[in-house]
Design a protein around this ligand. Sequence first.
Ligand SMILES: Cc1cc2nc3c(=O)[nH]c(=O)nc-3n(C[C@H](O)[C@H](O)[C@H](O)COP(=O)(O)OP(=O)(O)OC[C@H]3O[C@@H](n4cnc5c(N)ncnc54)[C@H](O)[C@@H]3O)c2cc1C
Length: 431
Amino acid sequence: MKAKVLIVGGGVMGNAIALSAARFFDPLRQPVVLLERSALASGSSGASGAILRQHYADRMIGAMARDSMRAYSSFESRTGRTLGFQRAGVLTLAGPSRPETIERLTRNVDQQTELGIRTQLLDAEGVRALVPNIEVDDGVIAAWEPQGGYVDPTTTVEQFAALARTYGASTRTGVEILSIDVREGRVVGAETTEGHYDVDTIVIVAGAHCRHLLQKLGVEMPLRVARVEQHFFRMPSDDLEDDSGALGETSSWALVDLDDPLVSEGEADPDEAIKGLPHPVILDLEYGFYTRCEANHGRTRVCPINYDPQEIFDEPQAKSAPRPELAERARELLVKRLPYYADEPMVGEQVSWFPLTPDGRAMIGPVPGVEGAFVAAGFADHGFKLAPSVGDGMAQMIAGEPVSAFDLEYFDPARFLDFDQTEDWSGRLYL
Ligand SMILES: Cc1cc2nc3c(=O)[nH]c(=O)nc-3n(C[C@H](O)[C@H](O)[C@H](O)COP(=O)(O)OP(=O)(O)OC[C@H]3O[C@@H](n4cnc5c(N)ncnc54)[C@H](O)[C@@H]3O)c2cc1C
C-alpha cells in the first residue's frame, strides 16, 4: 500500500487535515490516507464540548478561532452537510472577587474588536437582561459574542471525513500505526495492523498519544496530559418554547447569518440567539468554570477552566475513576451562577486528558530532524474551534505552499529542541 500523505489519528484535527490536503493531491497517484486505530472521533474529539468561541488573550489563537468560526458556520451552506452548528452565543464573565479577570476581559474585548470579531461589553445589568435568573454582583462585566456557539463534535468529525472522501482521501478505522520507518533521516514507510505503507509524508495527529508516536520516530518532545473531569446535569426545560422543534434539531434561530457571520450586517439580537435554550455558553472567569447546554442529550456540561498542576501525566492513565468531590464542586459553581440547577440531577461525568506543551502553545509543523514528518499536538482545551485553520495550514505546509492560515514560527515544534526533558513543568491554558 502507498500513501503520499499518511495521517495518523481520526479526530477533528486528522479529518480537517485530510479534508484540506485531499484538495491538493491527485487521489490515484498521490493518495491521502487517514488511519484511526479505533472509531472516528473516539479520542478527545468525541468527548469535546466543541464550543466555538473567539475570546482569547492570545492574538494568534483569537485570529484562528475567528477564521475557523467562519469555516464552521458556513459549512452547511457550502456543502449541504450539517455539523449541528448552534449559535447559542458565548458570554464570558469577569467579576470583582477576581479583579484581574476584569482587566483581562477588557483587554481581550479590545483585541477582539481589532480582529473584527463582534463582541459587546456588558455590565451586570446587561448580563441580567441577557440571561434570565443569572446571579451576578454589581461589579461583574461580561463579553457577549452573539456569533459564538458550538457544533456537535462526532457529527463534525464524521462530516469532515465524509467530505474528505469525496475529494478522494481514504479514511480507515480500526487500523493502528505500529511503527514508522525512517531511512537516512527521512520517513519512508509505516507498519500498521493492516500491513505496510510506503509513505512520502506522515502527519501525527494522535491527540494525547502524540508523544508516544514521536518517540517511534526517535524524537522526544515535551508533551504531557492534564486530567480533567466534566460533569453533566439535566438541562432545565422550562424555558424551551413549545414550538422550538424537537430537542437536538438545529432550530431556525440558529441559522441566522450562517453564510458569513463575520461580515453580516447589523446587530445580532441576543434574544434571538438564546431562544430555545435556558442560557448561552458561559465562560466564567470569576468562578473558574464553563458551561454549555447539550439539548440533543437533554443535559448541561460543566467543566473547570483550570486543571490541577498535581494532575499532570506523561500519558493518559488507563484507570482513572471520577471523584465525587469534583462533581460536588462543579454543581456548587454552576448553582452559584445559575441557581435553578440546584434541583437538577447529575446525569453523567467523564474523565478526559488535555494535551499540554510547556508554553501552552500547540506544536504544528515539521518534526525536527525527520524529513517528511509533521505533527499537530498540544491543543489542550481549545483544539476543536481551531481545527479548520490547522487543517488548512498543515495542508499548505505539506503541499509546499505558502502558509496563510497561521504563523508557522509561532507553532514551530523546533522551539523545543533545546528543552530540558528532565525539567518538571505543568504548562498553562489559554483563556
Ligand atoms: C473533555 C474535553 C472538552 C473539550 N472542549 C472543547 C471545546 O469546547 N472547544 C474546543 O475548541 N476544544 C475543546 N476541547 C479540545 C479539543 O476537543 C481537542 O483539542 C481536539 O478534539 C483534539 O483533536 P485531535 O484530533 O488532535 O485528537 P483526538 O480527538 O484525541 O484524536 C486522536 C486520535 O488518534 C488516534 N490514535 C492514537 N494513536 C494511534 C495510532 N497509533 N494509530 C492510529 N490512530 C491512533 C486515537 O484513537 C484518536 O481517535 C476539549 C477537549 C476535551 C478532552
